[in-house]
Design a protein around this ligand. Structure first.
Ligand code: HEC
Ligand code: HEC
Ligand code: HEC
Length: 396
């Protein structure tokens, strides 16, 4: 501001106003708000130089001042700056407000070297896109998609709306290789990897089995898993364990829904056989907690047909509020379900949590094989043709 104006303004200020003025000016000048929260400076911009691309700043733009003893390289300049931040002002005649103001952090040599290395990495050089982590995921997924084609997984499975023609041979979808809709959101990645390396029985009533692909490496399997996850927008590589509270109202309500849903008619519980015969046998529920994503299981219980059209699994019946308020409701549904008052989400959570509490052997291949060895695989009346084609995995 013009000096005459400044003098006039100064004459009109009392001591407090002067102190206030100098304080604000100094705080702004030294950028104290860069480190400290200070009232009134919330929106102030940092006073330091932008370091985002400092490593690729041309050396000619670094002011060496009157120093001829420092090598004219960017790293020599950074080292000198960090060791003595105001060194380049030395012997220069500059107005006070133009002087350097970066604080001295008293770094030792090791610290200076480490920080210099980091600054050299802050550069504008274009990095190869594939090196960036988020792009690598997509690249892996693409790789997985290629492998799925290469090994003709879609000869058996419907994947990404393509394939699964084997159903036409087998007849009913329920005896054919499963569609892999939602697989990326469905199965735990670590379970999948172990399944791929050593396929075990999930659906005990299928005669066709998932072949072993010994030629596929873990790295390739992981790419395939990434591809499945990519299709479902999943980004995780492991899942936390689901915590369940067996004393909660939800859990007790879920236990009741489990009983009413006659899950034991179709499902194995470890080596305990389903009540109904082999044609309606369904997966071992003692395996669910290792194998599946709890969020997915909740959606499965809500509506199995959407995920797996043609499945024999019925959506469990969930009592509505009006059913729970009629006389004798407590008798029919139990006091917990009555308390839950038709809350669909709570009921599905409770049923899912109950499934998580089911104990038993997780690999029941031997039990199932022994049964079919003894009784034969014959669901005549349920499906019509071609069973003999699928007896031998080794061809695949
Ligand atoms: C590089 C970050 C940084 C800058 C810039 C900075 N400070 Fe600090 N200041 C600190 C830290 C950290 C502390 C906490 C004590 C310590 O480690 O010295 C501190 C402590 C203080 C304290 C003592 C507070 C207490 O109650 O212990 C005062 C006063 C202070 N600073 C004022 C200022 C002023 C005024 C400015 C601007 C001229 C400023 N600081 C600039 C980092 C900074
Ligand atoms: C010969 C047909 C066949 C081929 C080829 C095949 N699968 Fe399978 N796959 C199956 C069958 C049958 C099952 C069901 C096993 C069960 O439920 O017991 C299965 C199960 C799976 C599952 C588990 C599904 C679930 O419910 O979680 C995945 C994942 C899978 N296959 C992926 C693949 C991939 C990837 C390929 C290619 C590398 C492939 N499959 C090739 C027949 C096949
Ligand atoms: C009529 C037979 C039947 C009944 C009753 C039944 N399910 Fe199922 N369930 C199935 C079939 C078949 C599948 C396999 C679907 C597929 O191909 O992925 C299945 C799949 C499941 C799965 C996924 C298992 C996995 O590893 O893929 C869960 C969890 C499940 N059922 C829970 C239940 C619960 C809880 C009940 C009782 C409320 C129940 N089911 C009642 C037939 C049944």
């Amino acid at each position: 501001m013009p000096e005459s104006y400044a003098t006039k303004k100064l004459a009109g200020m009392n001591l407090n106003q002067k102190l206030d003025y100098v304080a604000k000016k100094s705080i702004t000048h030294y950028g104290c708000f860069g480190c400290h929260t200070i009232d009134g400076f919330e929106k102030a911009k940092p006073i330091g130089t932008d370091l985002t691309e400092e490593g690729s700043k041309p050396t000619i733009k670094l002011d060496f001042g009157l120093h001829h003893d420092i090598d004219h390289t960017n790293f020599a300049w950074f080292e000198a700056k960090l060791g003595n931040p105001r060194i380049f002002d030395r012997d220069k005649v500059s107005p006070t407000l133009d002087k350097l103001k970066m604080p001295n952090f008293d770094f030792n040599e090791t610290e200076i070297e480490a920080i210099t290395t980091a600054i050299l990495g802050f550069n504008g050089n274009k990095v190869d896109e594939g090196i960036k982590a988020h792009n690598r995921v997509d690249e892996m997924a693409q790789n997985g998609a290629r492998l799925v084609k290469q090994f003709n997984c879609q000869g058996c499975h419907l994947i990404d709306d393509f394939g699964g023609q084997l159903v036409d041979h087998i007849g009913a979808a329920e005896y054919a290789p499963p569609n892999l809709n939602t697989e990326g959101a469905k199965a735990n990645p670590d379970w999948l990897l172990s399944f791929f390396n050593n396929p075990s029985i999930i659906r005990p009533n299928l005669e066709v089995r998932m072949p072993s692909f010994h030629q596929i490496t873990d790295e390739q399997w992981n790419a395939i898993i990434k591809y499945f996850q990519h299709l479902d927008n999943e980004k995780i590589s492991y899942r936390d364990e689901l915590a369940i509270n067996e004393h909660s109202i939800e859990f007790k309500g879920g236990e009741m829904l489990h009983e009413l849903g006659a899950c034991t008619n179709c499902h194995f519980y470890g080596t305990t056989f389903p009540k109904q015969d082999a044609s309606t046998w369904a997966p071992n529920l003692a395996l669910t907690k290792d194998r599946l994503n709890p969020d997915w299981v909740k959606e499965w219980l809500r509506d199995p047909q959407t995920i797996m059209p043609g499945t024999k699994m019925p959506a469990p019946f969930l009592p509505t509020e009006d059913l729970l308020t009629i006389d004798g409701a407590k008798n029919d549904w139990g006091k917990e379900l009555v308390k839950m008052n038709g809350d669909t989400e709570a009921m599905l959570d409770g049923l899912r949590d109950y499934v998580w509490s089911i104990k038993g052997k997780t690999n029941i291949d031997k039990t199932i094989q022994d049964y079919f060895d003894e009784n034969g695989y014959d669901f005549s009346g349920d499906d019509d043709e071609d069973e003999d084609d699928w007896g031998d995995d080794e061809d695949w």
